[in-house]
Design a protein around this ligand. Structure first.
Ligand code: RB5
Length: 146
């Protein structure tokens, strides 16, 4: 898969480790995040990854900031984005299965690197279940159009 990754200053090390992990798993990773720990603004990176995902330039995205929250809120402002913050493996597979999340987010200050890898793997391995869930996703996107 082609995967966009983005992060702010709070998540540089974790981004590097997740990027390497994704590459190891055989994915192509496009880095939209910052590579320095100099203070920066997470909305910039949330938007960049959100736009890449919404435009279909990549298959999905991974966003990391201190909590995963700010950067996912920013990404969710891009039409077509469904970014989900996860701190556990169960949520990580359910956000694909039920919500067809096209971006997974987590916090470098919240989860350790091994948990972060498990979260990403659970998300990537899961499949969207469609069916009754599609109507609800359609309803979410109707909100964007109102
Ligand atoms: C940066 O200090 C921090 O606010 C940011 O990484 C993130 O946690 C915001 O949601």
């Amino acid at each position: 898969m082609k995967i966009a990754i983005g992060n702010d200053h709070a998540a540089v090390e974790m981004k590097k480790e997740i990027q390497a992990y994704l590459t190891e798993l055989g994915h192509e990773v496009v880095n939209y995040g910052t590579d320095t720990t100099e203070s920066c603004n997470y909305p910039e990176y949330g938007e960049k990854v959100g736009r890449a995902v919404a435009a279909g330039e990549v298959d999905c995205g991974v966003l990391i900031c201190g909590t995963g929250v700010g950067i996912s809120i920013a990404a969710n402002k891009v039409k077509g984005v469904r970014a989900a913050v996860c701190s556990d493996v169960t949520t990580a597979h359910l956000v694909k299965e039920h919500n067809n999340a096209n971006i997974i987010a987590f916090g470098a200050r919240i989860v350790g690197i091994e948990k972060a890898k498990d979260i990403v793997k659970a998300y990537l391995d899961a499949e969207y279940q469609g069916g009754r869930h599609q109507k609800r996703i359609d309803m979410i996107h109707e909100i964007e159009n109102r």
